[in-house]
Design a protein around this ligand. Structure first.
Ligand SMILES: *Cc1c(COP(=O)(O)O)cnc(C)c1O
Length: 397
């Protein structure tokens, strides 16, 4: 069966009510039919639900679907994407270990690595997304236990070569941990390139409609085991309600990503052709510096388009004022198109040299392309590009 069919057909077992749509299991705990069963469940000689911090039918259904989509053996869901990222590190790393990470990281992942893991004697080395194989190798130490990265990155849309890292993993024996949030398993399955773990903020495309928070880490069963132990006892569990919403959303993920990516490519092409747009970054535009790599490891370019407008914050401000359709928000991965200026919002706290390394300039705009009719988006972005260019010209004159 195709993945799309399975994403729709994988379901929690039906109850005696024969419901067609999976019910919501809003229960903190589960009853034992006998003292014997309670004993067996705790001894793990019998599989079953005990308490929703450990497992819950709605959460298990969501995990089963993501494992299927990612070609993963096992997984664990969490209340947010950051809880998944943290659990994937805290469950596997110990004092004295070294982590190699790609520099272009989601802000909170950067904080975990530099401010939290460091307190426990876990050291790190950052590598640029565009680093060569030799540069990645130069970062390796005898105690390097994990390599952590995002591809494509936020907001610069830089790609890391997963096949190359899969090869390095054979040589150095690290755990390859990939945040696959931007691509989703529909466009990219890191495990097929040798990754051991794939983590997600399910808050983004998996929900895709800006309703709930959630996270998940899937991968090798022997690595998920210590992560599950960590999560079971520290409690970053996903709520059954959010799992129910997310599992339903996975039924349409493939369909939504197809439209998201088609819209994003068309908008990127239209803006690229416009003389008042300084630069357009999109992995599936031939002008992207890693276009060939994008074509090798992704089946479509994703739904984030990053553009650069000349005229700094003043231009950005006029551009945002002129836009009629998009929402101004720092979130992404929504049916509604969202624009943000990373320099003054998501990445505002970075030092100037960190911004420079990530290509974050005052005129950079991240567009999370939604599911609206593409004609409307192109018209709206085009008029706002032109209107904002005029506003800036008038001020100069
Ligand atoms: C949003 C995001 C996260 C964090 O997810 P939350 O659900 O907000 O905790 C992690 N990584 C990436 C790439 C993200 O976009």
């Amino acid at each position: 069966m195709q993945k799309q069919t399975k994403a729709i057909r994988i379901q929690a077992d039906k109850s005696q009510n024969r419901e067609h749509s999976v019910p919501l299991y809003l229960t903190s705990s589960f009853a034992f039919e006998s003292a014997e069963q309670g004993k067996a469940l705790f001894e793990e000689t019998e599989e079953g639900n005990i308490y929703s911090r450990f497992s819950n039918p709605n959460v298990s259904e969501f995990v089963a679907k993501v494992c299927m989509l990612e070609n993963a053996e096992d997984g664990i869901a969490t209340g947010t994407g950051m809880a998944a990222v943290f659990a994937s590190m805290a469950g596997l790393l110990k004092s004295g270990d070294h982590l190699v990470a790609c520099r272009a990281l989601f802000g909170s992942a950067h904080q975990i690595i530099t401010q939290i893991l460091s307190k426990w004697g876990i050291t790190h080395t950052y590598v640029d997304a565009s680093a060569t194989e030799a540069e990645w190798e130069a970062a390796m130490q005898p105690n390097t236990r994990m390599v952590y990265l995002e591809t494509p990155s936020n907001p610069g849309l830089e790609l890391v070569d997963l096949e190359m890292l899969g090869r390095l993993k054979q040589k150095y024996g690290f755990i390859l941990n990939v945040d696959n949030c931007f691509a989703t398993p529909i466009l990219q399955t890191p495990i097929d390139f040798g990754a051991d773990l794939s983590v997600h903020s399910a808050t983004k495309y998996m929900d895709g409609q800006g309703r709930v928070l959630g996270g998940i880490v899937v991968g090798r069963a022997d690595l998920i085991q210590p992560i599950r132990f960590f999560a079971r006892h520290t409690g970053p569990s996903l709520s059954p309600f959010n799992a129910w919403v997310l599992s339903k959303s996975l039924e349409t993920l493939d369909l939504r990503m197809e439209r998201h990516c088609r819209n994003a490519l068309q908008l990127a092409e239209a803006l690229d052709a416009h003389t008042d747009v300084e630069r357009v970054l999109y992995p599936f535009l031939p002008s992207h510096p890693q276009y060939d790599l994008a074509k090798r490891q992704m089946s479509a370019g994703g739904a984030i388009v990053t553009i650069e407008l000349e005229g700094g914050f003043e231009r950005v401000s006029a551009f945002f004022d002129a836009l009629q359709i998009p929402t101004l928000s720092s979130n992404l991965g929504d049916s509604r198109t969202i624009v943000t200026n990373p320099n003054t919002t998501t990445h505002a706290k970075l030092k100037p040299e960190e911004k420079a390394a990530l290509g974050i300039t005052p005129g950079l705009i991240r567009i999370s392309v939604g599911l609206e009719a593409i004609e409307d988006l192109i018209d709206d972005f085009t008029q706002a590009v032109e209107k904002s260019a005029d506003v800036v010209k008038e001020k100069v004159a």
